[in-house]
Design a protein. Structure first.
Length: 249
């Protein structure tokens, strides 16, 4: 595991829904330049962890730090501006906007007057950068199409491009290959891998163990809303506690 500073730290995160304990103390650390995998059986608390980190849900207790700053329960829009972005399991696009506009609109500091120029002037930096990213994820031929016309896999690639436009500190990906045509899975893996090589740090929830093993530098396994095991991917996956959590009982 790298010795670099943590970008994201989650400490004793707890989330209760009425009587249901969804998160019962989750600890995570993602360091600069890493791809960290987050796995666990259904109901383990992966999505709730993402929702609490991103301010989609208020945490019951515990804290989230972006570098030295406590960002617990900040609003999603504030977190995006500070450098945490997320792509959802079911891709989210503005269906009537073009592919290019969908990337541009995810630029950080959305209240600053960067947007109107980016839309109208193809030479603006944000617009150029969006174009580069669209090319990079391999959907340049769809640049002027309404995003609603894309396949699920293409929308996932679009979301991956959109999470990067503001040069975030860390990107959270929820099941980047779920529901994707097998022909595009390799493209998605290669794209994430290459963006990581270029400096993007990732925390990724993923069911596909081949994908997890290929991409992750470090793995956290959750079960019943808390940490079960962490370590190098193959080691963590071979841990009897993990096998038991997935296949036991
Ligand atoms: P995972 O993403 O790992 O499959 P979740 O984070 O979706 O797990 O769910 C963790 C636990 O919290 C589950 O028991 C789930 O039923 C419960 N849960 C999640 N969201 C809600 C909610 N909005 N209301 C009540 N219970 C919830
Ligand atoms: Mg989930």
């Amino acid at each position: 595991r790298t010795e670099t500073d943590p970008v994201l730290r989650v400490r004793d995160l707890r989330k209760h829904f009425d009587g249901i304990v969804a998160l019962d103390g989750v600890d995570l650390e993602v360091r600069d330049g890493e791809i960290v995998g987050l796995i666990g059986p259904n109901g383990a608390g992966k999505s709730t962890t993402f929702n609490c980190i991103m301010g989609d849900l208020p945490a019951t207790d515990g804290s989230v730090y972006l570098r030295e700053e406590n960002v617990t329960d900040k609003r999603t829009s504030a977190l995006v501006n500070e450098g945490i972005t997320r792509a959802y399991q079911i891709p989210r696009v503005f269906p009537d906007l073009t592919v290019h506009e969908n990337v541009v609109i995810n630029m950080r500091h959305r209240t600053e007057p960067v947007l109107p120029t980016a839309f109208t002037s193809p030479k603006s930096d944000v617009s150029e950068r969006a174009h580069e990213l669209i090319e990079f994820v391999g959907i340049d031929h769809l640049r002027h199409e309404p995003a609603g016309d894309l396949s699920t896999g293409q929308k996932k690639l679009l979301n991956i491009a959109a999470t990067i436009i503001g040069d975030p500190e860390i990107v959270l990906l929820d099941e980047p290959t779920a529901g994707v045509n097998p022909g595009l899975i390799e493209t998605i893996i290669d794209t994430i891998d290459e963006l990581n090589s270029n400096g993007t740090t990732y925390l990724i929830v993923e069911h596909n163990m081949d994908v997890v093993k290929q991409l992750s530098d470090h793995l956290y396994v959750l079960a019943n809303g808390t940490n079960l095991v962490q370590g190098p991917p193959q080691e963590a996956l071979d841990d009897p506690q993990v096998l038991n959590a997935y296949f036991g009982e």
